[in-house]
Design a protein around this ligand. Structure first.
Ligand code: MUC
Ligand code: MG
Length: 371
């Protein structure tokens, strides 16, 4: 039952966003997906995606760098080889290529897609089995304008597409961000869960002031208030406030999760397949979190449908303490799949069918791929 990889192709795919998406470090008007096609000797094809945010402004792996790691190193390493399952594939990639978790995530996803199609099983089954076929999904209000965010939030609540929201703060002075946050919290009402993501923008002293004020406003969760490297501040903040912290940039894989928890962190971890090196690797972080009594949350790098679905298969095997933010495809004007995901009642549905359960629209891939 070995799966032999014949060839691996990759493309950069540029898709505009439905509106500017403003984070503390970048404003996105377009999202670049790195897509991978893994062709196996038996003719089966697996697809994967690796996507980051804002070129090199969010993290150290750019879309172009991801593609070059795949084309120049990982594709030649894997092509022509046979694998009995995921573990030997991951061992080979990690043995020969340092870092580059985004590229590895796309390949792990493509392998799982191909293997699932071959066995006639959804990827979630390969990863342990889905606890649920619908997952809670919030939306990020990040137009950069308070009034526009309120109108957008009210519309999505009226449609019942989402029941919780995340705000992107940190680019503006603290007082301005607090006014923005309070106005949105008041307008959407006390029942609606509002979280904020600072994306590392505050130093430890600003974070103490910010956390105290956000707790007063009634915010439910504060994501990555301090820089990724400042684990000490993150741990201290998590112990000082009852308002919980979600670690994102500070926790990529199981090793980070262990170090933070062993250091006394309380709160939750944002799981992302790209940070960890693939859906199965992200689940290893989830297991560390659960063993340490730390919550888990289904995180996104604002991927298109392929990367989002790969994540959903993994998250479906977990009890998500804080739900998920797998709305990436809704931020894009278009996508390269034949059937869009279904978002309704504050939830997204996990596709059924073997592998990822998603088909690629080859015409759209041709249209949007970078020439
Ligand atoms: C992040 O840092 O969490 C996830 C949702 C969103 O709007 O931005 C991303 C990145
Ligand atoms: Mg974040």
């Amino acid at each position: 039952m070995e799966l032999r990889i014949e060839r691996i192709d990759s493309w950069l795919v540029d898709i505009p966003t439905i509106r500017p998406h403003k984070l503390s470090m970048a404003t996105m008007g377009c999202q670049t997906l790195t897509l991978v096609r893994m062709t196996c000797a038996d003719g089966l094809i697996g697809w994967g995606e690796a996507t980051t945010i804002g070129g090199l402004s969010y993290g150290p792996q750019s879309p172009e760098g991801i593609k070059s790691a795949i084309d120049g190193y990982l594709a030649p390493l894997l092509s022509g080889k046979s694998f009995s399952g995921l573990a030997p594939l991951v061992a080979l990639m990690n043995g020969q290529v340092q870092g580059n978790t985004f590229a590895k995530s796309a390949l792990e996803t493509a392998f799982l897609d191909a293997q699932g199609k071959r066995l006639g099983l959804p990827v979630s089954t390969l990863l342990g089995g889905a606890l649920s076929n619908t997952l809670p999904v919030l939306w990020t209000l990040a137009s950069g304008d308070t009034q526009q965010d309120i109108i957008e939030g009210q519309r999505l609540l009226a449609e019942d597409r989402h029941r919780a929201f995340k705000l992107k703060i940190g680019a503006r002075p603290l007082e301005e961000d607090l006014r923005h946050t309070q106005a949105i919290k008041q307008a959407l009402g006390p029942e609606i869960s509002i979280r904020v993501d600072v994306n590392q923008a505050w130093d430890a002293a600003t974070a103490v002031r910010g956390m105290a004020a956000l707790q007063q406003i009634g915010i439910d969760l504060v994501e990555q208030p301090v820089p990724q490297w400042d684990r000490t501040a993150l741990i201290r903040l998590s112990q000082r406030f009852t308002l919980p912290i979600l670690a994102d940039e500070a926790v990529a894989d199981a090793h980070d999760g262990y170090a933070l928890a062993a250091g006394g962190f309380t709160g939750a971890y944002a799981l992302k397949i790209a940070k960890a090196g693939g859906p199965a690797q992200a689940l290893k972080l989830a297991q560390v979190a659960q063993a340490a009594g730390v919550g888990v949350y289904g995180g996104t790098m604002l991927e298109g449908t392929l990367g989002t679905v790969a994540s959903l298969h993994a998250w479906s095997t977990l009890k998500l303490d804080w739900g998920s933010e797998m709305f990436g495809p809704l931020l894009l004007k278009d996508d390269v799949v034949t059937t869009p995901l279904r978002f309704a009642n504050g939830h997204v549905s996990l596709p059924s069918g073997p592998g990822l359960g998603v088909d690629i629209d080859e015409d759209k891939l041709r249209f949007y791929r970078r020439k």
